[in-house]
Design a protein around this ligand. Sequence first.
Ligand code: SF4
Length: 231
Amino acid sequence: MRIASIIDISLVDVPGIPVTVIFTAGCNFDCPYCQNAELIPRDSGEEMAPEEVVRRTQGFLSEGFCVTGGEPTIHGDLPDLLEALRGQDPRHINLNTQGSVPNILRRSLPFLDSVWFDLKAAPGRYRDVVRTRSNPWPRIEESLRLLLDSSAKVWPRTTYVGNLLTPEDIREIMDVLVELGFSGEYLVQNYVDSQGVRPSEAEQLRVPSADELDDVVRNSPRGIRVRLDWR
Ligand code: SF4
C-alpha cells in the first residue's frame, strides 16, 4: 500500500485513547473541500509493505492505532496491515473510511474496534459532492450495513461545507442512519479553510455558521444525538 506519513501519537483521533496515526495515500473521491488534497493522487506517498509500516510504528508511547488517509480501503492489503497491527496487541484499532470499497472493509472488520464513517452528502447528491464517474451510494450503503452488523463501534460523521451542503443533506443522512438501524451520536463538524485545501476549490466554499443547522438539530430523529463540533 501507499503510505503518506505516520504520526507517533495523537490524543484527538480516538476519544480517550492515545493512538499512532497512519495516513495512507490515494483516494477514489475528489471532494472539493479535502483537507489532505495532496494525498488524493493514487501515486502520492511511498509504497510500503504492511510489515514495514508496523516496523515504523514501534517504540511509540501510544496505546493503539488510527488508520486514515486518503482512503485506506482502496488498498487491497489494508486487512493485512490491520492484522499485523493487531498482532502488536494494541488497546484499540480505529479506521477512518468513506465506505466506498465494501469488500475490503468486510475483510478489515475482524481487526477493528471502531470506525469513523464519513458520510459526504444525502444519497441523491453523493456523486455531485465527491465527483466520481458512477454513483458510489450503493457501495456506501453496503458498507454501512456491514458495519452495523459487526461488533465494531460505528461513529458516523459529516463535514458541513458552506456552498456545498445544505441542512437538508444532514436531515436526509440522519434519516438513512435511522433506516439502517443506527442509533447513537452523529458528529457534524464544520468545514475550515486550511492550507491543505486546494486554493482554487477553497475560493468556491464557505465556512458555515452552526446556526444554519439549528432546525435540523432540534428536530433530529429519535435515536440520533447530533454533536456539532465547530472548530
Ligand atoms: S474522501 Fe476524504 S481523502 Fe478522499 S477526497 Fe474526500 S475528503 Fe479527501
